[in-house]
Each structure stands twice: as structure tokens, then as C-alpha cells.
Design a binder for this molecule. Structure first.
Ligand SMILES: [Cu+2]
Length: 215
């Protein structure tokens, strides 16, 4: 469709060449931080991101160009240990958001979280059966999760300042609802760093985003 051609960079041109009605952003006040979700059309975003790599799914983030903020969800995302695996294998958290670590197995585990960039341990705690441990990640980044008891257990936590994020399915398909229409910076995270990218996208109703090119 016409509106899909300008996903990268020249979004002004893309909007101008789009046959759909102007998006709500054009009516937004100059003070962009006053824009709140719900002030314009709220849409669902679908698209294609890199497929699973090394057993880990890719993640797509959307950072609004107008700078509008979205409150942290009340419910903490949870990483469970179940069946001698971390579930989910890739967990997304907002910077400043608490994450719950639980042990759904009937064996003892621990949770050893390291900063993927520096390899420094963030924390290393035992997770007793049916126990829960809370940790708030203040800094965006990628964190490696392991269990020292079971070396095969591995996961990632991707902490982002972006208010909208989706974990893709194994094929790379993602869907994210409740996103106000407008201009966004889309960031793709994959454990395979060659897939990581950033691009400007225009989100409007029924948009289908292609966030990686087949090679
Ligand atoms: Cu374990």
C-alpha cells in the first residue's frame, strides 16, 4: 500500500504522499510533551522483525518523536523458572520498572543477572521454590540471565526507555496495540547483533512495518 513506502527516514514525504487522512499529530500542540496517549487515534502496529536467533526472539521498541510519556504499568513483568528454563526467554522491562523473578519448579535455582555489555554481575540470588525476588532495572541495556545450578539455562532481559515494545514470535512477526498514531523511532533488538537497527517510522491505522530486510 502507498503508506508503506516511506517507513524509513523521509517520513514527512511519506505522510505527504499518503492518501489516508492526516494523523492526529499534525494537530498536536507545539509543546509535544503535552501530547498524551489517547489524544489521537490509537492503533495496532503489526510487522516483521528478525526471526528467532539462537533460541531468542527479537524485540521491537517504539520511541515517540513527540516525546509523550506513558506511565509504567502497575504489574511487574515476571521471569519464571519452569521446566529448567527461564520463561520467557526474552523479557522486556521499562527502565525504572520492577521485575519479578519466580521459581515455578520444585528444584532450587538461582538467578544470576549480568550486564551484557560489561559482564558485571548486577545480582546473583537463590530463588527458593515458590519464592519471588523483585529487582528494578534503572538503566536501559541488555542483561544476561543465567542459573549457576543449571548451566543450560539462559535468558535475556532487555531494559528500555521506550514506552512501547513488543517481543516478536519465532518467525519475527509482532503486533502491538494501543499505540497513538504518529512518528516513532523504531529500534530492533536481536541477540544476533547484526540484526539490530534503528529507523524512523510513521505509525497510522493498519500500518504494516517491515523492520528488517531479508538477506
Ligand atoms: Cu536452575
Amino acid at each position: 500500500m502507498l503508506c508503506h513506502v516511506g517507513l524509513v527516514a523521509l517520513l514527512v514525504a511519506a505522510v505527504a504522499g499518503c492518501s489516508q487522512p492526516p494523523v492526529a499529530e499534525e494537530a498536536a500542540p507545539a509543546e509535544a510533551t503535552e501530547v498524551r496517549p489517547g489524544s489521537g487515534e490509537v492503533v495496532a502496529v503489526r510487522g516483521a522483525a528478525p526471526p528467532v536467533a539462537g533460541g531468542f526472539r527479537s524485540v521491537v521498541f517504539f520511541t515517540p518523536e513527540d516525546g509523550h510519556e506513558v506511565a509504567l504499568p502497575d504489574e511487574p513483568p515476571t521471569m519464571d523458572q519452569f521446566g529448567l528454563t527461564f520463561d520467557p526467554g526474552v523479557l522486556v522491562a521499562r527502565a525504572g520498572q520492577a521485575v519479578a523473578f519466580t521459581n515455578g519448579d520444585d528444584v532450587l535455582h538461582n538467578v544470576h543477572v549480568s550486564d551484557s555489555a560489561t559482564r558485571e554481575t548486577v545480582f546473583n540470588i537463590a530463588t527458593p521454590i515458590a519464592g519471588v525476588y523483585m529487582h528494578t532495572f534503572e538503566q536501559p541495556g541488555t542483561y544476561t540471565v543465567s542459573c549457576d545450578v543449571h548451566p543450560a539455562m539462559a535468558a535475556y532481559i532487555v531494559v528500555t526507555a521506550a514506552p512501547y515494545a513488543a517481543v516478536a514470535d519465532r518467525a519475527g512477526r509482532f503486533e502491538l496495540s494501543g499505540v497513538p498514531a504518529g512518528s516513532y523511532r523504531a529500534t530492533v533488538w536481536s541477540v544476533d547483533a547484526t540484526w539490530r537497527s534503528e529507523q524512523q517510522v510513521e505509525i497510522s491505522a493498519d500500518v504494516e512495518l517491515q523492520l528488517h530486510s531479508a538477506s
